[in-house]
Design a protein around this ligand. Sequence first.
Ligand code: UGA
Length: 456
Amino acid sequence: MKICVIGTGYVGLVGAAIFADWGNEVVGVDIDPKKLKMIESGEMPIYEPGLSEVVLANMKAGRLSFTTSLPRGMKDAEIIFICVGTPQNEITGAADLSAVWAVAREIGENLDGYKVIVTKSTVPVGTNERVKKIIRKYASKGKRFDVASNPEFLREGSSVEDMRETDRVVIGSDSKKALKIVRSLYEHLNTTIVETDLRSSEMIKYASNSFLATKISFINEMAQICERAGADVSEVSYGMGLDKRIGKYFLNAGIGYGGSCFPKDVAALYKTSTDQAYDFKLLRAVMEVNDRQKDYFMEKISGHFGKNLTGKTLACLGLAFKNNTDDIRESVSIEVVRTLRGNGARLKVFDPEAMENAQKVLGDEMIEYSEDIYETLKGADALCLLTEWKQFSQLDLDRVKKALNGKVIFDGRNLLDKEQVQKAGFTYYAIGKRTNGGDYKHFTGVSAILEDVSDE
Ligand code: UGA
């Protein structure tokens, strides 16, 4: 099939490469010529495991090419995928759809025969209907087309794998012909293909991301109560997750969710609900809990050192919003680093992939960017674990002990084994567990019950 993919961000670039890998002829379109030059020379604009291999192999095989010209890119295509950014409007929380509207107009102006225009970007309910209207308005009379919604569920850091082995494909359209054409792209995959109407398809994407964010906020609140009550949130999450109805994924407590999707999509769905005169209380709480979670982590640090961190040096491992990516958008780790610096601390930081991006937004004031994990720890008063990179969960505690000045670890992602760390002589703080670092005297709930028993 001949495919045009507009936008070469995470969704567009990975989508274009994988469609080509499935044997289709794909042209990727982007307005940024520098970015396309980079891609063509084999240098990916984003760090994504396995991406450069699949892009290069398919360019070499002649199935994948790039252009800055949308008219050229869409000329022979049977399907056009819209994969442009839909960032959050800072004031309203709604998705900013200006790039989608601009692309729809240009598609309309250049439409020369029947095509299916498919939106893959995350867009609120009703967007595809407006895309249809815009294309109709700008297309010359008699030109035929259909629109479809085909949201993407890939995660950064594992996007290539996720697209190849997706849990489901969702396609929404009011045209049987369009559904059939888009379905034919995915039919070879061993997965369920959900065919539905445009609005439901758009909603499935927001509902999925918001539900996953809800799971995270739920377990983060559980962490607070577990710690107070003397339970261990990792044990609780493991025990809950074995129930198939609950599932074990997205139940890791931490410093809160970040990234370019969850914060934006939860806010946008909340905005959709208020637009429909409905107060989606649960989503409001999900956002509030997420904002509060990093304060809970900061309280552990200030509880240990005092709020004023002047004269202290803290080693921070992890800057990306999650592991296996260099993306720092809405990264809670970056927010924590900023707050620590604001409280007077000197910082030594390291991330396997996100150093360059982090330095651009954090600058150099009070921050030293280290070469590797153990270099970062040298001479610091404490270690803060902020992003869930696998290598951070495999720290050599003897080396950590030698390098760190103070023997204190604040584990914001529950990466380390509590018993081992404490046995190795560290003062350890984690999320949702009683550790040797905590002071729980003011948490009376469980002890009150125990006292009742002893009184009898
Ligand atoms: C998310 C969804 O998982 C994808 O399905 C979706 O396609 C994508 O958004 C999107 O809309 O484009 P992504 O933002 O790449 O993917 O990353 P996630 O793996 O979902 O992680 C999001 C945040 O939640 C990270 O900050 C991560 O650290 C945090 N998280 C995740 C937790 O705090 N606990 C968990 O158990 C899982």
